[in-house]
Design a protein around this ligand. Structure first.
Ligand SMILES: Cc1ncc(C[n+]2csc(CCOP(=O)(O)OP(=O)(O)O)c2C)c(N)n1
Ligand SMILES: [Mg+2]
Length: 616
């Protein structure tokens, strides 16, 4: 057997560079590079390997470990999970900084490979700098925190363990049902240890992403259920986009007339003006989708994990006896809501259903109802895009301006605050990859970092990062990385002076916005100049004071080739309401405060509409 004598780090790097993924006959390299911040535990091991062989993987220095995982996840989402980056950190705080990034990737089922350095496998110099000693378990380190947020986790305590561990890591990263964060913890002494690795380990390896089909009788049954439904409603989730099923969905919806609601991850499954596109469904849904969802007798979920935002905490699908069909590559999700489970690839399964539904369509009256609701919703969006709110604009006008002044292929990126809900309702998506809102973990701080990954994945598109002042304050530093790499982001910093979304939620629950204001302890406003902060990081900054200036700035930004921040103060009182939807947030059952007592009464009344979805 031919062998190659390499350190474990050198071997890992060679292996990663040789991995490719293939779907529908197209083969791509799986790892686009390696993000990292060097420190204790990776500077000499993996750092040495990366420095020696820059031809294998490009190294991208980042500013914060959480952010680099977000960037890798943003990249993976943009590439429909067919590619990602590795992320290397030092032991200790560098490693635990990645926990939030890992959880975010795993919730969103996005592949990221984490390579935290670890304490010595030999344990000779223990305790080392940054080592948290666990008195009752010698082999524990802070990297064990990454176990519950990883879909695969291993510690490479001997160099030869790398071979099976690396293969297991790739199996999970490329599995459409199982993917998420994968962690290989790398003890720093083992990183530098040499071993005679089998040469075959480094040969180019292609991981095939297949399109599994459910069993034919299950598809037949599903088609039968759909044909006999009076008011079927389809919910398109992220799986539609990842499996590149938009065209198949558009055909099925067009021919059958089944109206479609979209989840956050699934928004863009259909172009906003497709006759079946009712837009967002659930707690942040449109009136069109929510009205139809409430009456549906059959709900077909495609590629959705049915989060509480999608189901409006299990109140969205309100018809007695409503039944579900779930198309999902993971039976974990396919079996939710007592559904008829079609465990398989979204595109292949939709195509199989399309054949069986040939010649069938919903009743004309149902199609007309959907058309009317769609057109009424379009009028509502126009109204909110052009409110003429003064002196400061409403947030919905800023979103409208970005929508109207961006190109059809451009990408909007967002994650937390009041904007995800508003975007979900109002954004007019024109391309399946045009809407990138991270709302599985809703991670404040994802926005700029995730946007960086999106731009890396497709530099041909303009990337509009919409970030609130709260999220910006939490994590703006990857502006520096975008400048370092020449990856232009147009960051629209929507400033409403505080945690406006939580303030509104708190008010609606009777607690008056407690703890959400940006102010000094004595109540005086805090004068924070976030635009100056962005300038300090090296971005071009355009300050705006009204909606005309926002529009001018968006036009000017188009002509710039480096990261630009448009500072857009908005009126914090001018929010977008809900549209016949609910979100389950429990209110105190006993309280001395009248507003809390009122909120509790409203909570109990609304909670009465919750359903179990037990009917098979
Ligand atoms: C890391 C993290 N911490 C806390 C939260 C809870 N949270 C959700 S939105 C929000 C406020 C966001 O403020 P900002 O970015 O200014 O957006 P706004 O609500 O004002 O629109 C908070 C604290 C979160 N989603 N993520
Ligand atoms: Mg804010």
């Amino acid at each position: 057997m031919r062998t190659v004598r390499l350190t474990m780090s050198q071997a890992l790097l060679r292996f990663l560079a040789a991995q490719a993924v293939e779907r529908d006959g197209a083969t791509h390299r799986f790892f686009a590079g390696c993000f990292g911040i060097f420190g204790h535990g990776n500077v000499a091991g993996l750092g040495q390997a990366l420095q020696e062989r820059p031809d294998l993987l490009t190294f991208y220095p980042a500013r914060n470990e959480q952010a680099m995982v977000h960037a890798a996840a943003g990249y993976a989402r943009m590439r429909n999970r067919l590619g990602t980056l590795a992320c290397t950190s030092s032991i200790g705080p560098g490693a635990t900084n990645m926990v939030t990034g890992a959880a975010c990737a795993t919730i969103n089922r996005l592949p990221v490979l984490l390579l935290p350095a670890d304490t010595f496998s030999s344990r000779r110099p223990d305790p080392v700098l940054q080592q948290l000693e666990v008195p009752w378990r010698g082999e524990c380190s802070v990297n064990d925190c990454l176990q519950p947020v990883s879909r695969y986790w291993d510690r490479i305590s001997r160099p030869e363990q790398l071979v099976p561990a690396a293969l297991a890591a790739m199996r999970v990263l490329t599995s459409q049902a199982d993917t998420g964060a994968v962690t290989l913890a790398l003890p720093q002494d083992v990183q530098a240890e040499a071993y005679e690795y089998p040469a075959d380990f480094f040969e180019p390896r292609v991981w095939r992403v297949s399109r599994p089909l459910p069993e034919a009788p299950a598809i037949d049954r599903a088609a039968g259920l759909i044909r006999s439904a009076q008011r079927p409603f389809l919910v398109a989730g992220g799986g539609v986009i990842y499996s590149d099923a938009s065209a198949a969905l558009a055909r099925v919806a067009q021919r059958s007339g089944i109206p479609v609601g979209e989840t956050q991850a699934g928004k863009g499954s259909l172009p906003y003006d497709h006759p079946s596109c009712m837009g967002a469904v659930g707690a942040s849904g449109t009136l069109a989708a929510n009205r139809l969802a409430a009456q549906a007798d059959l709900v077909i979920g495609v590629g959705t994990r049915w989060s509480d935002f999608t189901t409006a905490s299990k109140t969205a699908f309100g018809a007695g006896g409503v039944r579900f069909i779930n198309v999902n590559v993971a039976d974990f999700d396919a079996l939710k809501h007592s559904a008829l489970a079609l465990t398989g690839d979204a595109r292949a399964t939709l195509e199989a259903l399309e054949e069986r539904l040939a010649g069938w369509a919903v009743a004309p009256g149902y199609r007309q109802l959907a058309a009317r609701l769609q057109s009424e919703w379009a009028t509502e969006v126009d109204r909110l895009y052009h409110l003429r709110h003064a002196p400061l604009p409403a947030q919905s006008e800023v979103l409208g301006a970005v929508n109207e002044l961006s190109g059809a292929r451009d990408v909007v990126v967002c994650a937390a605050g009041s904007m995800p809900g508003d975007l979900h309702k109002l954004w007019r998506t024109r391309d399946p990859k045009g809407y990138h809102v991270e709302y599985g973990y809703s991670t404040m701080g994802y926005e700029i970092a995730g946007g960086l990954g999106v731009k890396m994945a497709d530099p041909s598109r303009e990337v509009y990062v919409l970030v609130g002042d709260g999220s910006y304050l939490m994590m703006a530093q990857e502006i520096v990385t975008s400048l370092q790499e020449g990856l232009k982001l147009t960051i629209v910093l929507v400033d409403n002076q505080g945690y406006s979304s939580i303030r509104a939620l708190s008010r609606s629950l009777g607690t008056g916005g407690f703890g959400t204001q940006l102010q000094r302890r004595d109540g005086a406003p805090l004068r924070i100049d976030l635009a100056a902060n962005a300038e300090g990081l090296g971005a071009q900054v355009l300050r705006t004071h009204n909606i005309e200036e926002v529009r001018d700035a968006l036009l000017a930004a188009r002509g710039m080739d480096q990261t630009v921040v448009i500072h857009a103060p908005v009126d914090k009182e001018a929010g977008v309401g809900g549209y016949e939807s609910w979100w389950d947030v429990p209110v105190a059952e006993v309280s001395e405060t009248a507003s809390v007592q009122d909120a509790r009464r409203a909570y109990e009344e609304a909670g009465g509409h919750r359903r179990w979805y037990l009917r098979q």
